[in-house]
Design a protein around this ligand. Structure first.
Ligand code: FE
Ligand code: ZN
Ligand code: FE
Ligand code: FE
Length: 169
């Protein structure tokens, strides 16, 4: 974005831009999750990733509804943050030898993704509310609740047994 091309002029523009950011991010997450299912060894962790893949597909559809309600075409813009988190995940997966340690690394990486999504959906829901779009806000809050649920599930798995098993490795 150069000096003469400031495309974001209003809160509405910023809302749409951020919607495009998370739309791109959800697509990258949808591509990354099957690889995480593959790499995970613990059956409960595999299942959690599979379940979140299904939720992610629903979240993409929900975002398309938000775009539609807001009267703009659904499209993505590159999210450097999610690209960075995914890149970091790939390099750590490459470095870890032990399967139980790898599971702990995958949980940590997935929680970084969920936390990024939680900040985005939290912000988007507040902005939609402020901009006078309660319909958009409630759809965004539905996804926010799913992301928070996914994050909590990962915490439960990690604290339950994954980290303990990994510590023994
Ligand atoms: Fe998501
Ligand atoms: Zn709206
Ligand atoms: Fe982003
Ligand atoms: Fe998520």
């Amino acid at each position: 974005m150069g000096l003469f091309t400031k495309h974001i002029r209003s809160m509405d523009d910023l809302f749409v831009h951020t919607l495009q950011d998370i739309y791109y991010a959800e697509h990258q997450i949808k591509k990354a999750l099957p690889k995480m299912v593959d790499k995970a060894s613990d059956p409960a962790l595999k299942q959690a990733f599979e379940r979140h893949l299904t939720e992610t597909e629903g979240q993409i559809e929900r975002l398309e509804k938000v775009f539609e309600l807001h009267g703009v075409k659904a499209k993505g813009v590159t999210c450097d943050a999610i690209d960075g988190i995914i890149k970091e995940t790939e390099s750590i997966v490459h470095e870890v030898k032990d399967a139980t340690v790898l599971d702990a690394a995958l949980v940590a990486a997935a929680q970084a993704v969920e936390h990024y999504e939680i900040t985005r959906y939290g912000t988007l829901a507040s902005w939609a509310e402020q901009l006078g779009h309660p319909d958009c806000a409630s759809l965004l809050r539905e996804t926010l609740a799913e992301e928070e649920g996914a994050d909590q599930k990962l915490t439960t798995l990690a604290k339950g047994h994954l980290n303990r098993v990994a510590k023994a490795a």
